[in-house]
Design a protein around this ligand. Structure first.
Ligand SMILES: Nc1ncnc2c1ncn2[C@@H]1O[C@H](COP(=O)(O)OP(=O)(O)OP(=O)(O)O)[C@@H](O)[C@H]1O
Ligand SMILES: CCCC(=O)O
Length: 362
């Protein structure tokens, strides 16, 4: 009997899978990938067979036959700009992901694997709120140099799932609230949400505060100088901005818990860096409150670093004049994928068609 939903979330070093029966998670597994195994692939989507085989082995070992799944849902990747929602995985979408039309990202594999598995058993496959969700007004796209556009790229899956959860908890519709939603993970997304639409966000890869591994916004003159200093080739510069930046660059770790231990043992430099990250996060929240013209109902803070009392307290002290603050530490993207699939299966939300939304966005 087809009774389960299979959720697939590929990350840079692991693939997480979740099996759900209605709202109940009956299995969660994290498949770790050896970096040496991944290095041989030129593009992320070339890892398809490798990761698919590992998922199938886990399913077999755990006793879940493929034909017990009624739908397969994957994390969406760097697609063309599209509104938030749940999308049927289409050939056009797969083509864009394989061609990396907006770049390489581990989540590009989510749709490819979900569709591959679903086709074997002849069921539907979906993605939910991919990182490419774009609900910006044109005014938010202008950067200051015509060749460069400000882009909407964010942790949309977790941000929207937590926003829905919070709205339910206070018995309001997400579409009637103005929120600032903050995801504090390896990357940091800070979004202004007006009546359910994400109208502005920093773009965790390129702007906003620095994070455990990323540089965030940088003084552009000095950045240009560094690029042309002759000391770095392009790939090194890219790594310097994303991966080897932020806490990693200053303190040699991307682990906020380790940084807090240093601070507690009296490391003044670690405290300066950590406080500076908190300061920049608070400053970005302030920016988003202006985007919403001060009409902010709540600030919600989520992601792994939301577990940190030290960080959250610093931020709260700076921004609690703006709106009440609610903290949801951690993330459950597998649950968010399942929730999305259920909303479609229970006819609470209409499935979107990628090609139609891309076209209507042009
Ligand atoms: N209890 C805790 N106290 C402080 N920091 C924590 C705690 N638990 C996790 N973190 C920190 O949260 C960060 C990782 O967050 P998270 O797991 O949400 O990110 P990720 O999934 O790796 O990346 P991303 O969210 O960008 O996709 C790390 O710096 C980690 O040390
Ligand atoms: C760019 C937003 C998503 C991510 O950092 O993974």
């Amino acid at each position: 009997m087809k009774e389960y939903i299979l959720a697939i979330n590929p990350g840079s070093t692991s693939t997480k899978i979740g099996i759900f029966k209605g709202n109940e998670k009956v299995l969660e597994k994290k498949i770790n990938h050896d970096l040496k195994d991944l290095e041989i692939f030129n593009n992320v989507t070339d890892q398809y067979e490798y990761r698919l085989n590992m998922i199938e082995s886990v399913l077999e070992k755990e006793g879940f036959a493929l034909d017990t799944f009624k739908v397969v849902v994957g994390r969406g990747g760097l697609l063309r700009p599209i509104p938030a929602g749940i999308y049927k995985i289409s050939d056009e979408m797969i083509k864009d992901l394989k061609n990396a039309v907006r770049g390489e990202h581990a989540s590009n594999l989510g749709a490819v694997i979900a569709k591959g598995l679903a086709e074997k058993i002849n069921v539907d496959s979906f993605i939910v709120d991919p990182v490419a969700v774009d609900e910006f007004r044109d005014i938010a796209r202008i950067s200051g140099i015509p060749e460069i556009e400000r882009k909407s790229l964010l942790h949309a899956l977790n941000i929207r799932a937590i926003s829905y959860k919070f709205s339910d908890e206070i018995n309001k519709d997400f579409e009637e609230l103005n929120l600032i939603a903050v995801h504090l993970g390896g990357g940091i997304s800070i979004a202004a949400i007006e009546k359910g639409r994400i109208i502005d966000v920093n773009n965790a890869n390129e702007m906003g505060p620095f994070s455990p591994e990323r540089a965030g916004e940088l003084p552009v003159g000095d950045l240009a100088k560094l690029c042309f200093s002759g000391d770095y080739i392009e790939i090194e510069m890219k790594k310097k901005i994303k991966g080897k930046a932020g806490l990693v660059a200053y303190l040699n770790t991307n682990n906020a818990i380790e940084v807090e231990e240093k601070i507690k043992s009296g490391d003044v430099y670690a405290k300066l860096i950590y406080d500076s990250m908190a300061y920049q996060i608070a400053k970005e929240i302030g920016k988003m409150s202006t985007v919403l013209k001060g009409n902010v109902d709540y600030i919600i803070i989520t992601g792994g670093m939301a577990y940190s009392d030290m960080l959250v307290q610093y931020i709260k002290d700076m921004v609690n004049f703006i709106a009440p603050i609610k903290i949801y530490p951690g993330e459950d993207e597998l649950e968010a994928l399942n929730d999305g699939a259920l909303r479609v299966l229970n006819s609470r939300e209409k499935i979107k068609i990628y090609e139609e939304e891309v076209y209507s966005n042009d």
